[in-house]
Design a protein around this ligand. Sequence first.
Ligand code: NAI
Ligand code: MG
Length: 350
Amino acid sequence: MSHTIVLLPGDGIGPEVAAAARAVLEAVAPHHGLSLTFESHDIGGCAIDAHGDPFPEATAKACATADAVFLGAVGGPKWDGGGPRPEAGLLALRKTLGAFANLRPITLFPGLEHLSPLKEERVAGTDMLIVRELTGGIYFGDKVEGDDHASDLCSYSRDEVERIARIAFAAARERKGRVTSVDKANVLATSRLWRKTVVALRDADYPDVELDHVLVDAMAMKLIEQPSAFDVILTENMFGDILSDEASVIAGSIGLAPSASLSQTHGGLYEPIHGSAPDIAGQGKANPIGAMLSAAMLLRHALDAGGAAAHIERAVADCLAGGVGTADIGGTEHTDAVIAAVCDRIGEAG
Ligand code: NAI
Ligand code: MG
């Protein structure tokens, strides 16, 4: 069976890293009996230039029927002057796909501990996955906006909590078997519902997964005090927004970090966490590793091809351990040389 993957290269370094994602997918596919078909479409600034719309109809249609969507990045100074915004394309895309679960792995690769702003001995062995609820909570609750008073309502239903918690428990089973649920149950009613729901679900359906609870303020400290202590971190929308940004700097370069946004109705959206990096676009300086690891997440979550995903992840780790890398991680290679090295490694380890 063939799978259709929609590539949305976007702007800036987006096309350079989308090429990296495609290259590793094509390299790994034959080793795992996968047949992949690629389609590229416009999104963001390039789509505004070509179609006057950051999320053109043809892009929307292709994404809605694809088995998975890979995004490079959107935006840049060219479109900052007024008129339609490239980011509007990204928001429309997330809505089209119904993406409710944001997954961000934070991995410290052996040999790259020195890139971390934290002490090497403290970060060594860090390998966590942040699972953030993406469609509920205070960002989407009723708002009152006045000159003398304003309010934002934080609301969660049991179903919404269960849905995201299942993602975290399932992920933990494939990892180290531990979930740390982050809330503010000493103060917030939504957090007390969150905690009760997570505990009941674990007891009923995931008794093999270890579960603990940490208050979000304490978590902000623990993340940098002992990042290697965590496996899967499960949290709601706003807490996850803040904690995932905090955690993203632990591993060093932003160019290394992948992400996935999962959906119940579609194959999901896979993208490196970095933006379009206009300062280095077109110069062969873009680190393609975050995009490659996002492609691995695509295989694992959209195509149920965990073996192929691990194959890419091993090749990336081997190349990094061997000193292959772009300037942001202290290397000397061009983007294309890193892509070639990882693809060669995938072939050798087939
Ligand atoms: P950025 O992530 O594009 O760049 C921040 C810094 O990290 C820059 O110095 C850049 O050169 C470096 N960098 C980023 N990715 C890299 C990579 N793969 N390899 C090596 N170095 C890398 O964030 P910034 O500068 O705040 O935003 C630039 C544009 O990207 C803006 O228009 C922004 O709106 C957009 N953006 C888009 C996102 C998306 O498409 N999901 C996310 C964040 C920003
Ligand atoms: Mg944020």
